[in-house]
Design a protein around this ligand. Structure first.
Ligand code: FMN
Length: 499
């Protein structure tokens, strides 16, 4: 095949004929424009250019193999690559105008979780900050997550000899110095050039568990490799583990293949995300998407949830969304049977939001449930994880001893972690604080964020009057305010309802 001329490729720069160059090869993506999970505008913007750098921020390069058959047009003559269209970089300005000089505080000035967000806002391009911070609809699910932790109080005991405290907890037998882990978050390449492997370094240095997202920028293999390499560097490294968050591919063969790959790589548990049959409305992302679409003459994009005739919802412009073919509104409880058979290890359902589904998870043989509303990014006015935990304690407390219970969403203080544990959580996930810490300070920020949470937790334990997490109990918190607001069944208790 003769090499393509860069100047010729550059002419395919519109929605009638849209080519992009990846790794020196030209691809015709015209028919794929309407199906791109990140929207057509972002691809059209790259039309006729070398999109390799931008692409790699969001996906492993081998995702090009998922493009429709016949997309590959051929290699571009290396002497003519300079004739491709070049994009003007207009989006690099940081999200916070007050910090437009990119100056961030020294990492040691980050003494609580919100400090990392301020630092991240100063360095992240607006688009990346919107990706990290956006939430569903009017933002009420996120607001509830953040506020509910402050709506329960401790009932501390005094004079208890709290000189030494032990904050260790295990997840499925894998011990960690902390009862919190890092939540799965996709597309960290949009947040830091080192992406997930950079986060994995911080994780190993601190011994904190990390659940890796299916929608990661780097491949599950590269992330595991970075993790193992870092472990080798550290003498007596804490036996931290990587777990895998699973957006189940719609295609059964691909779904099985992904499980086999990550199992072989050594990921220890499968966190199946079940709160995402379709993508929620990420409002700030939608505005950005509309701006981008208008800039390339696509007025209508980003306003409707579904493309006509498409299986895929129009996803927000930024990454973190599952790839094409990864979201399926058709997944049901019955799928757990073949998943369990193939995986053969611990399975957690990520995104349980009521007592009825907690009970079903037990009935269907799951090992754990993660009470979560996806960081307030999916359903509008979804319950906070804390509210769901209280509902479970009231209507199906039997699951507490039988499943490992995890919570995430809005935890911004080690004391929040402690409250969750008092109420029966095995461990909790923390998302955005680690993303912001990574954005501003790389692995060092991740380490610092672990320290901040761990110190707050240890102090909280001492002030509560406990020295080990085995001593925490529900009567150490007063959750009455939330209990008063809790859903009550009417004459027909829906907790008995089935699928
Ligand atoms: C930027 C971003 C990307 C995310 N990506 C994923 C993902 O790929 N898979 C997933 O199951 N959850 C994803 N989540 C949800 C998190 O795993 C977690 O449920 C949530 O962030 C917890 O809330 P917090 O950020 O308030 O701590 C993402 C959350 C954020 C903020």
């Amino acid at each position: 095949m003769t090499a393509l001329d860069g100047a010729e490729v550059a002419k395919h720069n519109n929605k009638k004929s849209c080519w992009i160059v990846l790794d020196s090869k030209a691809y015709d993506v015209t028919t794929f424009l309407s199906e791109h999970p990140g929207g057509a505008a972002i691809m059209l913007k790259q039309a006729g250019t070398d999109a390799t750098t931008e692409f790699k921020k969001y996906h492993p390069l081998d995702y090009v193999n998922d493009l429709p058959e016949g997309s590959l047009k051929g290699a571009v003559d290396p002497n003519t690559l300079g004739q491709l269209r070049v994009l003007k970089e207009v989006e690099a300005a940081p999200a916070s105008e007050a910090n437009a000089d990119n100056k961030i505080p020294h990492v040691s000035l980050c003494v609580s979780c919100p400090d990392f967000e301020i630092a991240a806002k100063a360095v992240l391009p607006r688009k990346s900050y919107i990706y990290a911070s956006t939430s569903a609809n009017a933002g009420l699910s996120l607001k509830g997550n953040l506020e509910d932790w402050g709506r329960i109080n401790f009932r501390p005991r005094v004079m208890r000899n709290v000189g030494d405290v032990d904050t260790r907890r295990a997840i499925f037998g894998h011990s960690s110095p902390y009862p919190f882990y890092i939540s799965p978050m996709g597309t960290l390449g949009a947040i830091h050039p080192g992406a997930e492997p950079e986060l994995a370094k911080g994780v190993v240095r601190k011994g904190c568990h990390y659940v890796v997202s299916t929608a990661s920028t780097k491949s599950s293999r590269d992330i595991m490799q970075a993790f193992v390499d870092e472990q080798k560097k550290i003498k007596d490294a804490s036996p931290t583990r990587l777990f895998f968050q699973y957006y189940m591919p719609v295609d059964r063969e691909k779904a099985l293949e992904l499980m086999r790959v990550v199992k072989k790589l050594g990921y220890k548990g499968l966190w199946i995300t079940v709160d995402t049959p379709v993508l929620g409305k990420r409002t700030a992302d939608r505005v950005l998407q509309a701006e981008e679409a208008l800039a390339v003459g696509l007025e209508e994009e980003g306003t409707s949830e579904w493309e006509a005739g498409s299986e895929n919802p129009i996803a927000p412009q930024m990454g973190g969304r599952p790839q094409r073919g990864q979201l399926s509104p058709h997944t049901t409880w019955a799928d757990l049977e073949w998943i369990r058979k193939e995986w053969g290890g611990p399975i957690v359902l990520k995104g349980i939001q009521c007592a009825d589904d907690a009970r079903l998870a037990l009935e269907y043989g799951c090992d754990g449930i993660l009470l979560s509303n996806h960081g307030g990014r999916q359903l509008h006015t979804a319950p906070s994880a804390l509210m769901t935990l209280l509902e479970i304690r009231t209507y199906c407390p039997e699951v507490l001893g039988k499943l490992e219970i995890f919570l995430d969403g809005g935890l911004r203080d080690g004391s929040d972690v402690l409250k969750a544990l008092c109420l029966g959580a095995t461990a909790v996930g923390v998302g955005r604080p680690f993303m912001y810490a990574l954005a501003a300070y790389g692995a060092q920020g991740v380490e610092r964020c672990v320290d901040v949470l761990a110190e707050e937790l240890a102090t909280g334990m001492r002030l509560l009057g406990v020295t080990s997490l085995n001593q925490v109990r529900p009567d150490m918190v007063n959750a009455q305010r939330l209990l008063n607001e809790m859903w009550r069944p009417d004459s027909t208790p829906t907790v008995k309802s089935r699928l």
